[in-house]
Design a protein around this ligand. Structure first.
Ligand code: ADP
Ligand code: MG
Length: 256
């Protein structure tokens, strides 16, 4: 049975999509069967996996509205090594349309139930908000992976997200857990980042993943080639860190 994880943080530009596609590719490299679900109308995770969002149909939008099944909408990314349930700007409309539908927070969970046996991991790239789309992700998941930069305001935003996870756990999805905080775009030369990193560990303990993702330009270049950084340049420091993170996730899941 697949383990389902949301990559979430209500801030934009913190590394969610980079984490989703590179963790997916890293897990594929260590032999896991992976489905990556793009829940962001920007479709960056879709494009970054080598699937063209402009011509893609059906997408996760049709899946949420109930007019397509996951196996019909998912595409294999041969280059990246995993399956992609893609998104494009059409998904922005779902936010409004879902409100009218029954079980509006549970649409994704219900759709993914049909493919639970086909994958080891299902990763969901969430939009930068605590919207109905993100709620669908949180209701479908066993856990949340939170990428964050070790900056001054990072901790502040975190409490909103942690509260939302608690609320969803209490009211909508008893399975949901905060799996961990992933330090991304990390630069060891910056003292402030070291300090925030120490604060994180003091406050969240083993909820902070051991793996640290460095700031690495190869990870930022990869999407324009339609590839996860892990595949684009496997020798890059950032790529190696994501494969390491994939291994850490496999071990964590065995203990869950
Ligand atoms: P989000 O999905 O949270 O909005 P992204 O994953 O799109 O964030 O990342 C925001 C920007 O930062 C992108 O341009 C991405 O290429 C870049 N980026 C993300 N992680 C790294 C990293 N470890 N090193 C360098 N650049 C990164
Ligand atoms: Mg994103």
């Amino acid at each position: 049975m697949a383990r389902v994880f949301c990559v979430a943080n209500q801030k934009g530009g913190v590394g969610k999509t980079t984490t989703a596609v590179n963790l997916a590719a890293g897990l594929a490299q260590v032999g896991q069967r992976v489905l990556m679900v793009d829940l962001d109308p920007q479709g960056n995770a879709t494009m970054g996996s080598g699937v063209d969002k402009r011509t893609l149909r059906p997408t996760v939008y049709e899946v949420l509205l109930g007019s397509a099944a996951v196996p019909d909408a998912a595409r294999r990314s041969e280059a990246a090594g995993y399956d992609v349930l893609g998104a494009n700007r059409e998904l922005a409309g779902a936010e409004v349309e879902l409100v009218e539908l029954p079980q509006r927070e549970h649409r994704l969970r219900q759709a993914l139930a049909a493919v639970q046996g086909d994958y080891d991991f299902i990763l969901i790239d969430c939009p930068p908000s605590l919207s109905l789309l993100t709620l669908n992700g949180l209701c479908a998941a066993h856990g949340v992976i939170v990428p964050m930069q070790c900056e001054y305001f990072a901790l502040e935003g975190l409490s909103d997200l942690v509260n939302s996870i608690k609320q969803v756990h209490a009211n909508l999805n008893r399975d949901l857990k905060l799996i961990g905080l992933l330090r991304v775009m990390f630069d060891t030369r910056i003292t402030l980042q070291q300090q925030v990193s120490e604060q994180l560990k003091a406050h969240f303990g083993d909820k902070v993943f051991d793996t640290v993702i460095p700031r690495n330009v190869r990870l930022a270049e990869a999407p324009s080639y339609g590839l996860p950084g892990v595949v684009f340049d496997p020798s890059a420091r950032g790529a190696k860190a994501f494969v390491e993170f994939a291994r850490e996730m496999v071990v964590r899941v065995e203990r869950m």
